[in-house]
Design a protein around this ligand. Structure first.
Ligand code: NDP
Length: 496
């Protein structure tokens, strides 16, 4: 990020792509309908965006299928597909500030994180899968000597990516990166709250030479456009990130249509366990605070349940409270701001209602709990800590998706593991200890797709990401995600 950039100035002159991107062109929704795109930074209207529905999904799927069957991308020489995706990554990087600004204005995250986490992560993801394309080999099976049994990966066909608003471009990239690398055609449906960066990205993809029909973006509502993708007979896969409730709908849509592949990255209620043998409690408190308040808590892996061994509970909660106090919401366009707005007023109201639920359940409000910066017209909530929470309470069981931490004291290792696993979710867990044996022992017992030891946000694109239990099915990131966008074919050749 260039220090000289004044993001408020840039925001004033920004233009928005607001039509659907189908078959290499921006088009209105067939119905002519639009929806309002309002910034949670200040409550102002940014633009009106095409509201796609079933008719537009049909057109986009036809274009994606045509492109796929033509072989223009699916059968392209791997080294050329790699070149196109590397060019795509390079152009995304070139437009970092513009794309980051679109994220910030559309969903309220601090510009500093939009630049350094979101857009930087997208560039890295596209580059990583591009580089993988010509390094993945197929297999020959150790079958009969008089036969050649080839096991080859083939792209699936038309992949729909239905994504949320908390990391609009990054969640999309974790899907379109490996899906495009494997040779599929992609239809991306961004969340209604955050369509702008995806639409600009579509144009950048075309500039990079991704052929018409291979990368389409359909803004619209989940119940219409999302459902139509989920139920379409010619969509081969839906890759979804969002709530567990909607994830289950996609399983139903697939069952009631063409049995398409479904991968789901859904909710979480991450336990973050601090043992009394952890020597650097300041580092643990910093990691715990950032782990829950980063991105205003609108993160599926937010470390929302802080389990602290009872003899250090009060001392440790005081330290985390200081981190929360430091992260007061500010202007998302100011590079010094660490906490921005909620994604919209609805989400803010939902979070406020959970704060009331917490008070009603008898949890102790230790920090925050209020809406702030009302004069801006935006949607801002303070970092909030409830202490002495019982894990049975709703604030400890349900995904709030806001800056709300529940601290829960525990007795010993066994008690910590029991509380940690007492949830319908299993996306991520973390623990803080200086005892290596304990770290291994507890990590094995935690039912979660990722366990972080002495951190709350470890991992990069090289490691798989996804959940146990109702946190989902399948894995994003790493070569495991690449495999997900392919199917395996056996070709068995007998010698004469
Ligand atoms: P949703 O799960 O509703 O939305 C995720 C995506 O699914 C969006 O693109 C959405 O479209 C689409 N969608 C919504 N309803 C349907 C449907 N019936 N059929 C097909 N697609 C659909 O998340 P929300 O944005 O509503 O957030 C609600 C809660 O979900 C949050 O408070 C949080 O608890 C959780 N959540 C979890 C996320 C995660 O990363 N695990 C991310 C986001 C939310 P559209 O938004 O356009 O309607």
């Amino acid at each position: 990020m260039s220090a000289a950039i004044d993001y408020r100035d840039r925001a004033a002159s920004l233009t928005y792509r607001n039509k659907a991107f189908i078959d290499g062109k921006f088009v209105d929704a067939a119905s002519g309908e639009t929806f309002e795109c309002v910034s949670p930074v200040d409550g102002k209207l940014l633009t009106e965006v095409a509201a796609c529905d079933k008719a537009d999904v049909d057109v986009a799927v036809k274009a994606a299928r045509r492109a796929f069957e033509s072989g223009v991308w699916s059968e392209m020489n791997p080294k050329d597909r790699k070149k196109a995706l590397l060019k795509f990554a390079g152009l995304i990087e070139k437009h970092t500030d513009e794309l980051a600004l679109l994220e910030t204005l559309d969903m309220g995250k601090p510009i500093t994180f939009a630049v350094n986490v979101d857009v930087a992560g997208v560039v890295n993801t596209v580059q990583w899968y591009a580089e993988a394309i010509d390094k993945i080999y197929d297999e020959i099976a150790p079958s009969d000597r008089n036969a050649l049994a080839m096991i080859t990966r083939e792209p699936l066909g038309v992949v729909a990516a239905v994504v949320p608003w908390n990391f609009p471009l990054l969640m999309a990239a974790w899907k379109f990166g490996p899906a495009l690398a494997a040779g599929n055609s992609v239809i991306l449906k961004p969340a209604e709250q955050s369509p702008l960066s995806a639409l600009r990205l579509a144009e950048i993809a075309a500039e990079a030479g991704i052929p018409d029909g291979v990368f389409n973006v359909l803004p619209g509502m989940g119940e219409t456009a999302g459902q139509a993708l989920g139920r379409h007979m010619d969509v081969d896969m839906v890759a979804f990130t969002g709530s567990t409730e909607v994830g289950k709908y996609f399983l139903k849509y697939a069952a009631e249509s063409n049995m398409k592949h479904v991968s789901l990255e859904c909710g979480g209620k991450t336990p973050n366990i601090v043992f009394n043998d952890c020597k650097d409690l300041d580092a643990a408190a910093q990691g715990s605070g950032m782990g829950v308040f980063f991105n205003t808590g609108q993160v599926c892996v937010a470390a929302t349940r802080l389990l602290v061994q009872q003899d250090i509970h009060d001392e440790f909660v005081e330290k985390v409270k200081k981190v929360g106090e430091m992260m007061q919401p500010g202007d998302p366009l100011d590079p010094g701001t660490l906490m921005g707005s909620m994604v919209d007023v609805n989400q803010m109201e939902r979070v406020k209602s959970y704060i009331e639920i917490g008070k009603g359940e008898g949890a102790e409000l230790t920090l925050g709990g209020r809406q702030v910066r009302q004069n801006t017209g935006g949607a801002y909530v303070e970092p909030t800590i409830f202490s002495k929470v019982d894990n049975k309470m709703r604030i400890a069981q349900e995904e709030i998706f806001g800056p709300v931490l529940a601290t829960i004291p525990f007795k010993d290792e066994e008690d910590a593991v029991r509380i940690a696993n007492d949830t319908i979710y299993g996306l991520q867990a973390s623990l803080w200890t200086d005892d290596l044996n304990r770290a291994h022992r507890v990590a094995r017992k935690l039912k979660a797709g990722t366990v972080n030891v002495n951190n709350t946000d470890g991992g990069d694109i090289t490691v798989p990401f996804g959940g146990y239990k109702q946190s989902g099915i399948g894995r994003d990131k790493s070569l495991h995600a690449y495999d997900k966008y392919t199917q395996i074919k056996t070709t068995y050749i007998e010698f004469k």
